[in-house]
Design a protein around this ligand. Sequence first.
Ligand SMILES: [Zn+2]
Length: 367
Amino acid sequence: MLKPINSVTCSPALVACQQLIQRFALWLCNPTTTAASINQQSLQPPILASTIEADWLWEFLQRVHIHESLLSRAQIVAAMTLSEKQALANWIRAVSNIPTLFQSTRNLLLVDCPIANKSNWKAFKILMDAFYEKAFRSGLPYLPNGTATAIGGVTYADYVNVFRSMHRLSQHPDAREICVLCGGPLGDTAHVDHWINKATFPTLSVCANNLLLICSICNEAPNKAGKPVHSAGSFDDWFHPYLRPGNRILRPKYVLHQLSVKCSATPLVDKPKAITLDALLNLSKRWTCEFKAEYAKHKDILIRREQRRIQRMDRGHTQDEILSYIQDWQQDLSVSQPHYEVHQTLAAALQEPTRLTAWYCEIKSIT
Ligand SMILES: [Zn+2]
């Protein structure tokens, strides 16, 4: 979230799939839908929007996911009690209204599991999860612009490629890619993250504004992993990649006496959001590691330069020369390189007069 995050050009396909998932899930919760009534014919319009989608969904339901067919999971949901169906339908509608929760501070996301019967909830979760794990991997029934298609629909690989190309900060093909959340390297093992955890909110498994590509360090424990991105259902103190972006607000801020970095926000009203994001991703800790490593690198460079001067019987560096070294390095920093913001923060910290003097003395004492 340190970097801008843009909706990808194939998002309309994901939006269309989200609508299909919602229509299908609500139809399963309809009191008149029974296990026996799920067939290719019953899915046709007006239940789904088009014949292409109905035929695709029927074929999809024949697939096996986690040992059993998806149709059997849909039949379990359709056979739930009327009260369970009503509770699940209410929950599905509430989750689909998440964008409105970022416009209001009054409403809360329903965080409790809507169905008491664990095996029914499990069947529903597996069915929803399969839209991501099975359908997205092999191809959604939509072209990038959201038009239904029987062949050649958007895949997970398409999404990853489009996200990568839209978030490249350097157009050089060999340039390093940057993680939009932390500003570090995206790396070879980038993950598609569900911002709101799909294990708890399975209807968001293929939701365009719930997906983004981030580095594996951000996505894995002890960082984001399955942690919630709300406080007991409230999004008031939270950024969101698309609905409440943090770029231009978030920044690393140095704490001079500790030579460390804090995840900070300007204006102050956004400070609570920086705190929750920091707790989610451990940005202060990770940025401080990079800050200290880069500091150590430059200290090593200057010590070796100083030693070469001494060997040549030249005079040592003056404090002004050390300042010039920092300023030259700062001017050469590129926004398209990993950790640009942390390195800029370090460059600013090292130019503080007290820090510069301390650094000068440190280099002189070692050499
Ligand atoms: Zn990251």
